[in-house]
Ligand binder design. Structure first.
Ligand code: NI
Length: 246
């Protein structure tokens, strides 16, 4: 499909949504995710319209469907934001990410999970979590644009993690214990930060999304005994033992 044809198709999808022919939030976000093919002014007006429609949507509707394991888009490498010109697009993408995760209780989200193949993630590290082994230290919401990281040592640790794109499941994944990550913040500043333990795990998990890697692809030695449904895993001796150690 050419760029022009693609843009026309997306405008048609948008019109379907705005006339009530397509009422689900997933449909709206799908349209929003395609804004990258439209010129800047169209992106702005479309984004505003999507926001308006979402605010009017019935709150009782089923929760938003994130792209899930098996969707080819999740295995693509996302494009960096061209800064500073695409900073407004980064803000709009973040707004959609926040709307999509409202009330979800998730730790983090990467833009590809809502179908936007751009390099932005957000996360908020909780002091405690029912499923994840944390360090008792809460870290407020962070938004990373065009992030990268490097391990600060070879030390790794094995822990359970989950993902909105792999709902209802947990897997044991080896991650570097200490990392340094670099990113651009929402004001355009280049920032460098160190992270350890769960914070470092979250950074590595979210940045993996930008390179098309979901946590099941990183399960230790591809051992499927390290992957399972959340309730079954949380009742297992391996999970309970790892919590006793914390
Ligand atoms: Ni994830």
């Amino acid at each position: 499909m050419t760029g022009g044809t693609r843009a026309l198709a997306y405008v048609c999808m948008y019109l379907m949504c705005s006339t009530g022919m397509c009422a689900t939030l997933s449909g709206l976000l799908e349209v929003a995710s395609l804004r990258r093919y439209l010129p800047g002014s169209s992106i702005r007006s479309l984004s505003a319209k999507v926001e308006e429609i979402m605010q009017k949507s019935d709150k009782k509707q089923p929760s938003f469907q994130f792209l899930r394991l098996g969707d080819p888009k999740l295995y693509e490498v996302s494009q960096p934001f061209m800064l500073p010109s695409e900073m407004p697009l980064a803000h709009q993408t973040l707004q959609l990410m926040k709307q999509a995760t409202q009330g979800m209780g998730n730790v983090g989200l990467a833009a590809p999970q809502i179908g936007i193949l751009k390099r932005i993630v957000m996360f908020e590290v909780p002091a405690k979590h029912p499923r994840y082994k944390t360090d008792g230290v809460a870290i407020p919401m962070q938004v990373l644009i065009n992030p990268s990281y490097k391990p600060l040592s070879d030390e790794q640790n094995l822990e359970w993690e989950g993902c909105l794109s792999v709902p209802g499941m947990l897997g044991q994944v080896l991650r570097y214990t200490d990392v340094e990550y670099q990113y651009t913040d929402l004001e355009g500043n280049i920032c460098v930060r160190k992270a350890s333990g769960f914070h470092a795990r979250v950074v590595q998990h979210e940045l993996d999304h930008l390179d098309g890697v979901l946590f099941p692809l990183r399960i230790k030695e591809r051992d499927m005994r390290s992957f399972g449904f959340t309730e079954a895993v949380m009742a297992s001796s391996a999970f309970l033992q790892s919590r006793q150690e914390s």
